[in-house]
Design a protein around this ligand. Structure first.
Ligand SMILES: Nc1ncnc2c1ncn2[C@@H]1O[C@H](COP(=O)(O)OP(=O)(O)OP(=O)(O)O)[C@@H](O)[C@H]1O
Ligand SMILES: [Mg+2]
Length: 299
């Protein structure tokens, strides 16, 4: 974690508070996305990878809280921890030791993915955990047949039970991330609102393009999510402006403000939407869930 994350002692009441007009932080009119209608049937899941090879940009935080808010809206959500650090598993308070993990699923076709799924304290939100074992996976998978498609074949076996599967990628563009992209229908790229944010995004998009060409023709960029936005700093506003200049409508209208509540929720091993349901950050993640449903990225 960066030291400056915790510098802030209070949160702006609203991420847009310091903007004069009723334009949102991305320069488009502020909209309230409609509450998603309840689903009458469930599955098969649309699979979304949360991906950015830059570390600490909010991939795990977004997976947890987007998962929790979609679950609040009655969607059946499976979050897949695909990072050997196991931060997603820890953040949702599930077991990672002496239990089967995503690593075991990658290595053994005999193991039933359903036997690795753990329920969280949030109804409708399940997890396939990871632990440090996963760091050995790339080495083991290199010699496998169709090594990029192994996660896809694992997730096919549970897809019918869920409306959405969110994959929390590790900060790298290695074989595990390529597996995640090959398994996914869509990608959401969390992007921290700070000066080197755009560095590396070109390479990430190039990787997504290669995966589309060679492995997964259907993959779409569902959106770029600006995270850790601080409307009080010119810096944050300028970075967001450049991101919108570069990516236009691919930038999601929802922006996640920087707040110390996130580290606090992490310590409590619970989604912020339950830790502080009325906090601006919780409202933002609910808005993100509604925006993704509105865009058709989630049922
Ligand atoms: N909007 C936010 N405001 C303040 N802190 C945040 C915010 N989002 C995430 N954080 C904190 O920043 C740190 C990094 O976030 P997170 O773990 O979600 O990033 P990540 O992209 O998954 O990192 P990694 O690449 O290491 O997996 C965490 O301590 C998290 O609590
Ligand atoms: Mg992470």
């Amino acid at each position: 974690m960066r030291p400056h994350v915790t510098d802030e002692t209070h949160d702006p009441a609203d991420g847009t508070a310091s903007l004069e007009s009723d334009l949102g932080p991305t320069g488009r009119p502020l909209r309230d996305f409609p509450e998603p209608p309840p689903l009458t049937s469930h599955g098969p899941a649309r699979i979304i990878a949360l991906c950015n090879q830059k570390g600490g940009v909010g991939k795990t935080t977004t997976t947890i809280n987007l998962g929790a808010t979609l679950a609040e809206y009655g969607r059946r959500v499976l979050a897949v921890d695909f990072d050997p650090q196991g931060a997603l598993s820890a953040g949702l308070g599930v077991q990672t030791h002496d239990v089967p993990t995503i690593y075991d699923l990658l290595l053994s076709r005999q193991l039933d993915p359903a036997d690795t799924i753990q329920h969280t304290g949030t109804p409708n939100l399940d997890v396939i955990p990871a632990n440090i074992d996963l760091s050995a996976a790339e080495v083991h998978l290199v010699t496998e047949v169709a090594r990029e498609q192994i996660l896809a074949s694992v997730l096919r076996r549970v897809s019918a039970d869920y409306d959405v599967i969110l994959i929390d990628c590790q900060p790298s563009l290695g074989l595990l991330t390529v597996n995640a992209l090959t398994a996914s229908h869509g990608v959401v790229i969390p992007l921290e609102c700070e000066y080197f944010a755009l560095r590396g995004v070109a390479l990430l998009i190039e990787t997504i393009d290669k995966v589309r060409d060679r492995l997964n023709p259907a993959i779409e960029l569902d959106g770029i999510l600006a995270t850790m936005y601080d409307a009080r700093t010119l810096h944050s506003r300028e970075v967001l402006e450049r991101v919108v200049d570069a990516f236009g409508d691919k930038v999601l209208e929802t922006v996640i403000t920087r707040t110390v509540k996130f580290p606090d929720a992490t310590v409590a091993a619970t989604p912020i939407t339950e830790f502080a349901p009325d906090h601006q950050a919780s409202r933002s993640y609910r808005q993100l869930a509604r925006e993704l449903v509105d865009r058709g990225a989630v049922a």
